[in-house]
Design a protein. Structure first.
Length: 308
């Protein structure tokens, strides 16, 4: 019998489960599939936005959009078109119910467990194809899947020591990507993000001006310390690089932002004698705020209104 067995909603960047259906099946096959669910959750950021994993008599399908992934487990003979239509319906309802700020700042697992009610109702409808709405254009969905088929993940890839890093980029051609790529688009800019960008530019400009003043002082007084000049210009470079990280996606983006913030703190510690406490507090606070905004502005998946 073809049917959907379970579904879950997972945050892409760290695999945090946000909601899931209640599973009653405790068979060995289901236990194994739950392990695959967990392994996939940890690798979502490296995968295209539409994938299928075939595990014997079961299939795991998922789609990712706007930093959230929607995963489902079904029997191997369940129609692919209906499977991705089911995921698309979960996606649209979740995006409508919860804003991106809530999903980005969620800390504890299953904090949107009330969404399970919608998952269960939708699962029941899709397990009884006679109850599905006749307005669904299955022909369009079938065409979309033929034009842009889901990426097929093999069990051997999932269990490899290096994860999916060995999969050639060319295999992802024709699929929307959530993976780390230099041209990956980021989520829309928020007002706090714009404020952090402007403040970082301001701090960079202040450091640059003070750096030139330090050079003038060094030329007039031979006893001045040249290391202050270096500290000012390093602070300028760090602020400008934070602006770059906020605007563009790069590999290890979050780690780079934390290292840049660390450099800002070190520069201001060294310049302690040349700045008062309020100036030091301003520069360090702006650096921390910009680092937070870089962290919150995640890679953007496919827009929520696409057809599956």
């Amino acid at each position: 019998m073809s049917m959907i067995l379970s579904a879950s909603v997972v945050r892409v960047r760290d695999g945090l489960p946000l909601s899931a259906s209640t599973d009653y099946d405790q068979s060995m096959g289901m236990q194994e599939c739950r392990k695959y669910f967990k392994m996939l959750s940890k690798k979502l950021s490296q995968l295209p936005d539409r994938c299928t994993l075939k595990t014997g008599q079961y299939n795991i399908n998922f789609i990712s959009s706007l930093g959230v992934s929607y995963m489902m487990l079904c029997t191997e003979n369940y129609p692919s078109v209906l499977a991705f239509c089911f995921l698309d319906e979960l996606q649209k309802e979740f995006i409508t119910t919860y804003n991106m700020m809530k999903t980005n700042t969620a800390i504890r697992p299953y904090c949107f467990i009330e969404f399970d009610n919608f998952i269960q109702r939708t699962k029941q409808r899709y397990n009884n194809t006679r109850s599905l709405s006749t307005k669904m254009n299955l022909a369009d969905m079938q065409t979309e899947i033929k034009l842009r088929p889901p990426y097929q993940i093999s069990v051997s890839e999932l269990g490899s020591a290096n994860g999916f890093s060995h999969v050639p980029v060319g295999l992802y051609k024709g699929t929307g990507k959530i993976s780390a790529a230099p041209h990956q688009r980021l989520e829309p800019v928020t007002l706090p993000g714009i404020v952090s960008f402007v403040l970082s530019l301001l701090c960079g400009a202040l450091n640059l001006i003070r750096g030139f003043h330090a050079i003038e002082s060094l030329l007039q007084n031979e006893g001045e310390d040249f290391s202050y000049v270096i500290a000012f210009f390093l602070g300028t470079a760090a602020c400008l690089y934070q602006c770059y990280l906020f605007v563009y996606y790069t590999g290890w983006r979050n780690a780079k932002s934390f290292l840049t913030f660390g450099l800002i703190c070190l520069c201001n510690m060294y310049l302690y004698e040349l700045r008062n406490l309020w100036q030091l507090f301003f520069h360090v606070t702006v650096g921390a705020f910009s680092t937070l905004q870089i962290r919150l502005r995640q890679p953007q998946g496919k827009s929520p209104d696409y057809n599956v």
